[in-house]
Design a binder for this molecule. Structure first.
Ligand SMILES: *Cc1c(COP(=O)(O)O)cnc(C)c1O
Length: 357
């Protein structure tokens, strides 16, 4: 007698972000801003009043209302997740049957394919164009040809940092029978959200997160927004106490400071713009060796045949960025962190600082 693992899990490995202590961490698209003191004070007050012996509010009403308020939408259409990552898992499990086709684009966030494999759905991957943009025509055509039940992608995209404009996304949603799961994890940094019109569609779920723009990656707070029919399903299939009381209280407090949050986002975008601008200058001096993509997010994405060498060169200086084959993804950091990254690039490219600044 012997127990053996089934084929869908046999070769899985735990998710493994880079380990170790690094002076500068720009590998995970976190916010570089510490939580502002007035929000921290509010959080500590809230935590002091938590009824620890009680289960959380399973519908997370207070934090859903606070989120809805911040974005000017209706809280009835909001479901809280333990990070948007959990929402992705719940949505794929619920809306896909074994063998159903889910259409993804590549490159994109890697978790979509992973969660699809756990429910034994079949992932159909549409390669992006050479410039890493999405061809909406091809996406619509592929969805129709494969009779995909779901299309899931991030907009703006992690890792490419590119965005698909609102009209293109609208056209996609209206042209397919599939459920469109639109992961707007980085949309706080851009202005092409469909959040305000989510109930105009019978086939749209939008995902948002507090992990990126609001610097709350530690608390695990994400949201799924959709019309009433879809929302009822998501609420029914999620585990009842997926979001703990501490997280809900922290989230509620967070959205009581909309001006502070918006100021933080402006700072992050400024940092990204600065990093992008200087790297774009470097690009001019490097010819084919180096290309920086237009960024609608809080990170920059760079194509370079030296990606792997640069990655290790940076690690030696205790700077962590994210490596993809032939590409680097670098989150916007504090001015000091950005300077360190830029100097490291200059050192690698052997370009004296004086020539460029
Ligand atoms: C970071 C990220 C998420 C996960 O966010 P959490 O809310 O922290 O789980 C989801 N989608 C994309 C595209 C991301 O980059």
């Amino acid at each position: 007698m012997a127990y053996s693992l089934n084929s869908k899990i046999r070769d899985l490995k735990p998710y493994d972000p880079i380990e170790g202590e690094y002076r500068i961490r720009l590998d995970a698209n976190e916010s570089f801003l510490p939580v502002p003191q007035e929000i921290k004070d509010g959080i500590l007050r809230e935590v002091g009043q938590v009824a620890f012996h009680r289960y959380p509010d399973s519908l997370a009403k207070e934090v859903s209302a606070a989120f809805a308020d911040y974005y000017g939408i209706d809280a009835r259409f909001v479901t809280v997740g333990n990070g948007s990552d959990e929402s992705i898992s719940v949505i794929l499990s619920a809306f896909l049957m074994k063998g159903d086709k889910v259409l993804t684009v590549s490159p994109d966030f890697s978790m979509y394919r992973f969660y699809a494999s756990i429910v034994e759905a079949e992932t159909v991957e549409l390669q992006k164009e050479a410039d890493l943009s999405i061809s909406v025509d091809k996406l619509i055509q592929t969805a129709q040809e494969t009779q995909a039940r779901m299309i899931i992608f991030s907009n703006p995209c992690n890792p490419t940092s590119l965005g698909l404009d609102r009209d293109s996304v609208r056209r996609l949603i209206r042209s397919v029978d599939a459920l469109v799961v639109l992961d707007e994890a980085y949309m706080d940094f851009w202005d092409q959200s469909l959040l305000g019109e989510v109930t105009d569609y019978d086939n749209l779920i939008i995902l948002r997160t507090c992990s990126k723009a609001f610097g709350m990656a530690a608390v695990r707070l994400g949201f799924a927004v959709a019309n009433q029919t879809l929302t009822d399903v998501i609420k029914a299939v999620k585990s009842p106490y997926n979001s703990n009381t501490l997280t809900q209280k922290i989230g509620s407090e967070l959205f009581r400071h909309p001006d502070v949050l918006r100021a933080g986002i402006r700072k992050i975008v400024e940092s990204k713009d600065q990093l992008y601008y200087v790297l774009k200058q470097l690009e001019k001096d490097c010819g084919e060796k180096f290309f920086v993509y237009e960024s609608r997010t809080n990170f920059v994405f760079i194509r370079t045949p030296d990606a792997e060498e640069i990655y290790h060169f940076f690690l030696k200086q205790s700077i962590a960025v994210r490596l993809f084959p032939g590409f680097l993804r670098i989150s916007a950091g504090s001015p000091e962190e950005n300077d360190a990254v830029i100097q490291a690039f200059r050192n690698y490219l052997k370009i004296g600082k004086g020539e460029l600044s």
